[in-house]
Design a protein around this ligand. Structure first.
Ligand code: PLP
Length: 407
């Protein structure tokens, strides 16, 4: 099987909507995915009929909500093949997960220690480390990327030293879609005793993720980029490492025993989940995972790779169009620029035809600096995109380019 069924699109209510009088052509799944009806229905049903707090009360509504919430944690564990359920911490999203590691793991670092990140990270995987570096006198070291958008592995190896305490790297770059050799990078980092944090925001809904096979120390992702609700994310942390970290927020539900002077914390993962969590969102995220599993992550990957190939071939035929990120290892993202035309003009005119693409810096100014550009047009796929979407996009892009060239 190559392509997924076109019928999948019907499971997403938003596709019955018209945008500026045209059927929606959604090509911004790297920013956030649309939601299938089962996820929306779960959210609604929970708020209408099942709403209650978790982990605190002994009445039926709360007990049932707690059961569902805990079942979601197990579903995430299974989905990323973590060994233990307590390795799954619910957060608000990738950004929140990375900040948790920066603040908690960061407390163990000392002046002179080094953290490695690449030149092409999302701001979420750069700014928390910059903040930490300033605060604790840690050195932030940058791994260069080549003109194809790939990590330069030799340069990475040269930068790994006994001072390296952490490497934090995207599994898939959000600007170019280039897939990093994270398994190899983790192994190399472990050889010098460094821990590795993988930013899986662009990988989780597009490629199988097995944290045990990767030997990742930390792996972060967002529910909303994987067909789930906003406001829920995950931090996977290897059990022994998580146990050594101290909580960064104090509050309800993370306390074992508090006196006026002193508090002992609950075990992982609850010690990292202070306060009432995003109950409905976590429960609905379980439905998103069930949906991904039903379609099959390998099938999704094959489907999106086929769309990527088709789109790349078509875009390469357009004179003056340059693709950024030309590595053969790519996820479901294509970034490009058309000579003589501003990326924002392309995005704005495409919107008038019902097409949703990103134009800008994609929350990664350093990536743009690396390529010496101001921004790109970025097309990204989800499992609902079809061959017809690719054809329609290419036709509308050609129309847009030719209109803008005539002006
Ligand atoms: N990391 C990468 C690679 C991303 O693409 C994104 C979002 O676009 C993030 C981190 C941040 O995700 P969130 O805004 O869901 O926290």
């Amino acid at each position: 099987m190559t392509f997924l069924s076109k019928k999948l699109k019907r499971k997403f209510p938003i596709f019955s909507k018209k945008i500026n009088g045209h059927p929606l052509l959604y090509l911004d799944s790297a920013a956030t995915t649309q939601k299938p009806k089962n996820v929306i229905d779960t959210l609604t049903r929970f708020y209408l009929h099942e709403y209650g707090t978790v982990h605190r009360a002994i009445y039926s509504l709360s007990l049932e909500a707690t059961e569902k919430y805990d079942a979601a944690r197990e579903a995430v564990r299974d989905f990323i093949h973590a060994k233990h359920v307590e390795e799954i911490v619910f957060t608000r999203g990738t950004t929140d997960s990375i900040n948790l590691v920066a603040l908690s793991f960061g407390k163990r670092l000392e002046p002179g220690d080094e953290i490695l990140v690449s030149e092409a990270e999302h701001h979420s995987n750069l700014v928390p480390w910059q903040m930490l570096a300033k605060e604790r006198g840690i050195k932030l070291i940058f791994i260069p990327i080549n003109d194809k958008g790939e990590i330069v592995l030799d340069e990475y190896k040269r930068r790994l030293t006994p001072q390296t305490k952490l490497v934090s790297i995207a599994h898939i770059f959000n600007t170019t879609g280039v897939v990093n050799p994270v398994k190899e990078m983790i192994q190399l980092a472990h050889e010098v005793g460094a821990k590795v944090m993988i930013d899986g925001a662009q990988a989780i809904a597009h490629t199988p993720v097995d944290v045990q096979d990767l030997h990742a120390d930390f792996y972060a992702f967002s529910g909303h980029k994987a067909y789930g609700p906003t406001g829920v994310g995950v931090l996977y942390g290897e059990r022994e490492i998580l146990k050594q970290l101290t909580p960064i927020q104090g509050g309800g539900d993370m306390v074992e025993r508090a006196t006026l002077e002193e508090t002992t914390y609950r075990q992982i993962p609850l010690c990292f989940e202070a306060g009432t969590p995003m109950i409905a969102e976590v429960i609905a995220f379980k439905e998103a995972i069930a949906f991904l599993k039903e379609v099959g992550i390998q099938n999704i990957q094959r489907h999106e790779q086929k769309l990527l190939e088709m789109m790349t071939v078509e875009l390469q035929k357009i004179p003056g169009l340059k693709i950024y990120g030309t590595s053969p290892n790519k996820g479901a993202i294509i970034s490009f620029l058309q000579e003589g035309i501003h990326h924002l003009d392309i995005g704005t005119l495409l919107d008038l035809k019902g097409v949703a693409v990103r134009s800008g810096q994609h929350c990664s100014h350093p990536s743009m600096d690396r390529f010496g550009i101001e921004g790109t047009v970025r097309v990204s796929f989800g499992l609902y995109n079809t061959v017809e979407d690719v054809k329609r996009f290419v036709a509308l892009l050609l129309e847009t380019i030719s209109y803008l060239q005539r002006k």
